[in-house]
Design a binder for this molecule. Structure first.
Ligand code: NAG
Ligand code: NAG
Ligand code: NAG
Length: 411
């Protein structure tokens, strides 16, 4: 009897202690709500990769304005894990509509919602990687990302969110950077996740570090499996009509679909837009001075407006990225910050933050149909595989009248 009680008490305590760490915490200050959520658990041993999509995640509901979203990998005790142990290749959060009675999120029944950019394969609303801990995502007042508007949700459906987590455990790795750059030889991969042979010149990138692949670790390294979570923190307010909606655009420096510009929507939707998402930086020759890889592409913005926020997403080796207007003016430049220590948020050798742009509202305008130039710079003192050059923009198509008047006139 006593024994059973003890066991029961013990198991209750265990359940409670696990549940407590991952309770959803919501607080509010002056109408700004903050929610702290956790993804489902994922298990990682040394060298292992998880690339998972979790549907119908905990997320604020209702007609709201999203104000910021950030995330990081934590362990079971809620302790942040540094990038040199668990490298967060990326996390993406996207929205979709699902039939109310369908709890399984059946792929064929859901309606995915995308950001407003042209790259069909970059559907997310939010997505960052190693830089997530020190990159500002705040949407300044009076702007907000409008979601959960009942007028937009089809009858019988509800709005839900999914998260994609791609994390690489590099404890004990023979070549940590190589594992984070998904070098195919380190993963012993010659065929992709669908068992299709890779092109001979494909030596690294997402095709070689899909879910459950394994990067090479040092012989004899004692790999202990760990339970990990993506902890994401969302800030939002209830929607009110004085909030000015912003649209999210994600641009890609590998986008070759619209070089000549002026691609109309009917062509855009049928053509495969050339967003390759990743590319390769070759090592500079001994003779070259300044080992810098400068990649540029032209991107036409069909419908544009006022820039409210801008930031780039780069991988290790990345220096900075900039977006220029058709007339050559700088729209936003976003520079990589590298860590200098060991602790989470300051890991040496990793990009731990990207600088952001918050132009004075109304001061930076992109015209409808304007041909922009996106540039991304990497150090080429060594070869890098699977690098990215994405650019996130938040754009307000309209400004409140009082704001238009308050823009200072340059003399
Ligand atoms: C690499 O993969 C091949 C099969 O694709 C296998 O025969 C070989 O043993 C693997 N090598 C290592 C080191 O795991
Ligand atoms: C879009 O462009 C294509 C090719 O340039 C053209 O054939 C088509 O008529 C255009 N469609 C519209 C709606 O303008
Ligand atoms: C990228 O490098 C070029 C030199 O090739 C430089 O002119 C430009 O300012 C750099 N851009 C950024 C955003 O650092």
């Amino acid at each position: 009897m006593l024994c059973t009680c003890w066991l029961h008490l013990l198991s209750t305590l265990l359940l409670v202690s696990v549940a407590l760490a991952f309770e959803v915490l919501v607080s509010e200050e002056n109408g700004l709500k903050t929610g702290v959520y956790h993804s489902p658990k994922f298990v990682q041993g040394a060298g292992s990769v998880v690339d998972k999509v979790y549907f119908n995640i905990d997320f604020p509901r209702g007609h709201i304005a999203l104000k910021s979203l950030n995330a990081e990998v934590v362990n079971e005790q809620g302790i942040p894990i540094p990038l040199h142990e668990t490298y967060l290749h990326h996390w993406l959060i996207s929205r979709y509509y699902a039939p109310k009675e369908d709890n399984g999120d059946t792929e064929s029944k859901i309606i995915r919602l995308r950001n407003s950019g042209v790259c069909q394969n970059l559907g997310q609303y939010y997505g960052l990687g190693s830089e997530t801990r020190r990159t500002e995502t705040y949407v300044p007042d009076p702007f907000g990302i409008q979601v959960g508007n009942p007028a937009d949700i089809p009858e019988g459906y509800e709005e839900r969110w999914y998260v994609n987590v791609h994390a690489i455990d590099t404890r004990g790795a023979v070549d940590s950077l190589g594992c984070t750059e998904c070098r195919c030889d380190l993963y012993n991969i010659t065929r992709d996740a669908y068992d299709r042979p890779l092109r001979p010149d494909y030596i690294g990138g997402l095709l070689c570090c899909y879910d459950q692949t394994q990067c090479r670790i040092k012989e004899g390294f004692n790999s202990i499996k760990r339970n990990m979570y993506l902890r994401y923190t969302v800030k939002w307010t209830d929607w009110v009509d004085s909030i000015v909606p912003v649209k999210i655009y994600i641009l890609d420096v590998t986008d070759t679909g619209d070089r000549t510009g002026r691609m109309n929507d009917s062509v855009r939707l049928t053509a495969e837009h050339g967003c390759k998402v990743e590319y390769q930086v070759e090592a500079c020759g001994v003779s070259s001075n300044g080992c810098l890889d400068n990649k540029k592409t032209g991107i036409v913005m069909q419908k544009a407006g006022y820039v409210v926020y801008g930031v780039a997403h780069l991988h290790s080796g990345g220096l900075g990225s900039a977006l220029y207007g058709e007339d050559g003016r700088m729209i936003c430049s976003s520079i990589a910050a590298y860590g200098e220590g060991k602790e989470a948020g300051n890991e040496a050798g990793y990009i731990v933050g990207m600088s952001t742009c918050y132009p004075q509202p109304g001061s930076v305008k992109i015209s409808d149909g304007e041909a922009l130039v996106l540039e991304s710079n990497y150090s080429s003192s060594q070869r890098h595989t699977g690098v990215m050059g994405l650019f996130y923009l938040m754009i307000a198509e309209q400004l409140p009248n009082n704001m238009l008047l308050s823009v200072p006139v340059k003399v």
